[in-house]
Design a protein around this ligand. Structure first.
Ligand code: NDP
Length: 485
C-alpha cells in the first residue's frame, strides 16, 4: 500500500503536479524508523527548463496585479495552511522526523504567518516622492523578476514560505528546490498557493540534489537566488550567482554564543540553553551551541541542566507526548556521533547523553559537554545536532572577545538581570539575530539573518521586502531642458 506521505508527483509546475521518472530516484526515509516512505525523482533538464520558463512567463502578469490583489491570495493561502495544520504537521514530521509536538506549532503555522504578514504588506509597497524645486523625483519599488529558492532540510515548510511569501508579495515568481533529504512539504505549499488563487507558474517546486540547484542558480533567466544552507554551499552558490550579477540572500550556518552571567535567573537560562540546543534535535542554524557560563554559577547551572535534559521524551515523533525526535538522516546522525567522539577525545567532560539512543531510527541522546575550551572542535565547528558545549568565563570583556572569535555571526544571546549589561554586551556581539533573556524566537515581524560567514541579506520583516525588490528612480522636469549646445 502506498504510504500517505507519498506525493501525487515529484514536481509542481505551472499549477499542476508533474512526474518524470527519467530523473534520478530520491528515496524519502522516515528518520524515526529508517523505512522508505516515498520516492521522488530529481528534475531532468527538461523539468528544470519547464519550471523556469513557466515561472518567467507567469511573473509578468503577476507583477501587473495590484499589491492588494496579490496579498489577498497570500492571505487566503495562510488561512488554508492553518485549516490544514494537523495534516501538514504530520507530513512535516514524516519529512524531517521532528516530533509532532513541535511541528504542530512551528512549521505550517510559521509558514502561514509569513504568508499572512507579507500578504498584508503587499498592498502598501510604494516608492517615494522627492521634491526638487519645481521638478521632482519619484521612485517605484519594482519586482526583481524570477527568483530561485533553495532550502535546507530542517524546516522544509517554513523555508518554502519564508522565501516564497515575500518574493510573491513583491510581484516576483519563484522556483523552489527543497533539500533532497526533505522533498515533501514544499509541494504542499505550492498546491495551497495554487488553491488560494495564485496563477499557474508563479510558484513552482522541483526536486533534485545540488546539481539541480546549480542549474537553477546559473540560468540566465533567474534574477535572484535565496539559499538556506551551509557555509560551503553558500560560498559556491554566491559565486555562481555573481557570474550572472544576480541578487542573493544567503541564510547560512552558525556557531552562536549564549552567554549566561551569574546574576541570571538559572531556570530561565537553562530553558534558553535547552531551546537553543535541543529543539528540533539541535538541527537549527541559529542555535546557541557555545554556552558560556560565568564561573560562580557553573556547577549549579550544569546540575539543573542535566536534571531538565533528563526529562526529554524520545519516542515515536507522531505521538504528541514525544518531545525529542531523531536526526533527519542516517548521514546526519553519523556526522553528529563523530563530533561527540571528538569531544570525548579532546577532553571535554560529558555531563549527559553522548551516544546513539537504544531504539530504532536515527536518535541521538541530548548531549551536554562541560569544561569545553575555545580550541576544541566541538566549540569551533557547526555540528547541527543535539550537542551543547558549556564553556566557563570570568569577565564580561573576556567573554565578548571569545564569543566573537569565530567565522560565523548568525545569532547570540545573553542572560542577565542587569539590563545595562545586557544591551552593552549585545551591542558588541557580532551577530545578526540576538536575544536578551530568551533564545531562538523567530517571529515573522523580526528580521532574521547573519553577519560574517553566516550570511548576506535578511529574511522576514520589512527587511525582506528590500531583498525581493529594487528601486527605480524617475526624474521629472517641469521646465525647459538646458543644454550646452
Ligand atoms: P547544504 O548546504 O548541504 O544544502 C542546502 C541546499 O543547497 C540543499 O537544497 C542542497 O541540495 C542545495 N545545494 C547543494 N549544493 C548546491 C550547489 N552547488 N548549487 C545549488 N544548490 C546546492 O545544507 P543542508 O541541507 O545540509 O542544511 C544544513 C545547513 O543549513 C546547516 O549548515 C545550517 O546551518 C544551514 N541552515 C541555515 C539556516 C539559516 O537560516 N541561516 C536555517 C537552516 C539551516 P541537496 O541537499 O539536495 O544536495
Amino acid at each position: 500500500m502506498t504510504h500517505p506521505a507519498q506525493p501525487t508527483a515529484s514536481h509542481f509546475i505551472n499549477g499542476e503536479y508533474v512526474e518524470d521518472t527519467n530523473g534520478t530516484p530520491i528515496p524519502v526515509i522516515y528518520a524515526a524508523t529508517g523505512e522508505q516512505i516515498a520516492t521522488v525523482y530529481a528534475a531532468t533538464p527538461e523539468i528544470v527548463d519547464r519550471a523556469l520558463s513557466t515561472a518567467k512567463e507567469a511573473q509578468k502578469a503577476w507583477a501587473k496585479m495590484t499589491g492588494t490583489e496579490r496579498g489577498r491570495i497570500l492571505r487566503r493561502a495562510a488561512d488554508i495552511m492553518r485549516e490544514r495544520n494537523h495534516e501538514l504537521s504530520v507530513l512535516e514530521t514524516y519529512d524531517t522526523g521532528k516530533p509532532l509536538q513541535e511541528t504542530l506549532i512551528a512549521d505550517a503555522t510559521s509558514g502561514a504567518d509569513a504568508l499572512e504578514y507579507f500578504g498584508g504588506l503587499a498592498g502598501s509597497l510604494t516608492g517615494e516622492h522627492i521634491p526638487m524645486g519645481e521638478d521632482w523625483v519619484y521612485t517605484v519599488r519594482e519586482a526583481l523578476g524570477l527568483c530561485v529558492g533553495i532550502g535546507a532540510w530542517n524546516y522544509p515548510t517554513q523555508i518554502a514560505c519564508w522565501k516564497g511569501a515575500p518574493a510573491l508579495a513583491c510581484g516576483n515568481s519563484m522556483v523552489f528546490k527543497p533539500s533532497e533529504t526533505t522533498p515533501l512539504c514544499a509541494l504542499k505549499v505550492a498546491e495551497i498557493l495554487h488553491e488560494a488563487g495564485a496563477p499557474a507558474g508563479i510558484y513552482n517546486v522541483i526536486q533534485g540534489m545540488g546539481e539541480v540547484g546549480g542549474a537553477l542558480v546559473t540560468d540566465p533567466r533567474v534574477d535572484k537566488v535565496s539559499l538556506t544552507g551551509s557555509v560551503p554551499t553558500g560560498k559556491k552558490v554566491y559565486a555562481a550567482a555573481a557570474e550572472g550579477m544576480k541578487h542573493v540572500t544567503m541564510e547560512l550556518g552558525g556557531k552562536s554564543p549564549l552567554i549566561i552571567f551569574d546574576d541570571a535567573d538559572i531556570d530561565n537560562a537553562v530553558g534558553g540553553a535547552i531551546n537553543g540546543n535541543f529543539y528540533s534535535s539541535g538541527q537549527v542554524c541559529s542555535n546557541g551551541t557555545r554556552v558560556f557560563v560565568q564561573k560562580g554559577i557553573k556547577e549549579k547551572f550544569l546540575a539543573r541542566l542535566a536534571e531538565r535534559t533528563g526529562n526529554a521524551i524520545l519516542g515515536d515523533p507522531q505521538d504528541e507526548a514525544t518531545s525529542f525526535g531523531p536526526m533527519v538522516s542516517e548521514n546526519q546522525m553519523n556526522i553528529v556521533l563523530g563530533y561527540i567522539e571528538k569531544g570525548k577525545e579532546e577532553g571535554a567532560r560529558l555531563i549527559c547523553g553522548g551516544k546513539r539512543a537504544d531504539m530504532d531510527g536515527y536518535f541521538i541522546e541530548p548531549t551536554v559537554f562541560a569544561d569545553v575550551t575555545d580550541d576544541m572542535t566541538i566549540a569551533r565547528e557547526e555540528i547541527f545536532g543535539p550537542v551543547m558545549s558549556v564553556l566557563d568565563f570570568d569577565t564580561e570583556e573576556e567573554v565578548i572577545a571569545r564569543a566573537n572569535d569565530t567565522e560565523f555571526g548568525l545569532s547570540a544571546g545573553v542572560f542577565t538581570n542587569d539590563f545595562s549589561r545586557a544591551h552593552r554586551v549585545i551591542g558588541q556581539l557580532e551577530a545578526g539575530s540576538c536575544f536578551i533573556n530568551s533564545y531562538n524566537d523567530a517571529p515573522v515581524e523580526a528580521p532574521f539573518g547573519g553577519v560574517k560567514a553566516s550570511g548576506v541579506g535578511r529574511e522576514n520583516s520589512k527587511e525582506a521586502i528590500k531583498h525581493f525588490s529594487q528601486v527605480k528612480s524617475v526624474y521629472v522636469r517641469m521646465g525647459d531642458v538646458e543644454a550646452a549646445f
